[in-house]
Design a binder for this molecule. Structure first.
Ligand SMILES: Nc1nc2c(ncn2[C@@H]2O[C@H](COP(=O)(O)OP(=O)(O)OP(=O)(O)O)[C@@H](O)[C@H]2O)c(=O)[nH]1
Ligand SMILES: [Mg+2]
Length: 182
């Protein structure tokens, strides 16, 4: 799961940390979950309900929930929030039309009482695709700079290759842009 989450959790110590992955359908959440786990791109189908995996990065243990993003499932995202320390919001960076919907979901999440202490990691996924929005564009559209209640970080990534999601040898892949709240 890479240096990003490890960095965000550096202050939390050695127990298991709960992570939820949310985002609209087709954003790439399940692809990212299994990229974290296996460092490979897997074939996925739309998630009905959720997937959960235990992932260990440099001796830090994460319980990672990947929640289905279809419209009918979004109303139940809140039922996964209890004790969540990190929310990963995955954005399909080519899906300009639905970015405002993602923004609504993000700001609804931020106001949920069970997420008041959670850090937010926005993954601007599908950077391999032509015309994808940059991390900066997505940050601006989601108005991340207005968020003062939560730590947030936005990172460009490609779930198919793992670039920006998982750790790579520095010389094999160039780093993708990232912006952080602090
Ligand atoms: N080109 C490209 N395709 C991707 C990337 N990440 C995921 N995909 C593709 O996007 C499609 C949807 O990916 P999923 O991981 O199933 O999406 P999801 O967010 O889990 O969708 P739901 O389960 O319906 O909420 C699949 O065809 C993936 O192969 C990426 O970085 N680049
Ligand atoms: Mg899925």
């Amino acid at each position: 799961m890479g240096f990003l989450l490890t960095k965000m959790l550096a202050v939390f110590g050695d127990r298991e940390h709960k992570v939820v992955i949310v985002g609209l359908d087709n954003a790439g959440k399940t692809t990212i979950l299994y990229q974290f786990l296996t460092k490979e791109a897997v074939h996925t189908s739309p998630t009905i309900g959720s997937n959960v995996e235990q992932i260990t990065v440099r001796k830090t243990h994460f319980l990672v929930w990947d929640i289905g993003g279809q419209e009918s499932l979004r109303a139940s995202w809140y039922s996964y929030y209890c004790n969540t320390e990190i929310v990963i919001l995955v954005v399909d960076s080519t899906d300009r039309e639905r970015l405002s919907l993602t923004k609504e979901e993000l700001h609804r999440m931020l106001s949920h009482e069970d997420l008041q202490k959670a850090a937010i990691l926005v993954l601007a996924n599908k950077q391999d695709m032509k015309g994808s929005m940059t991390a900066a564009e997505i940050s601006q559209s989601l108005t991340l700079d207005t968020i003062t209640s939560h730590s947030w970080h936005v990172q460009a990534c490609c779930a198919l290759t793992g670039e920006g999601c998982v750790e790579h040898t520095p010389h094999t892949l160039s780093p993708l842009p990232e912006i952080t709240s602090t």
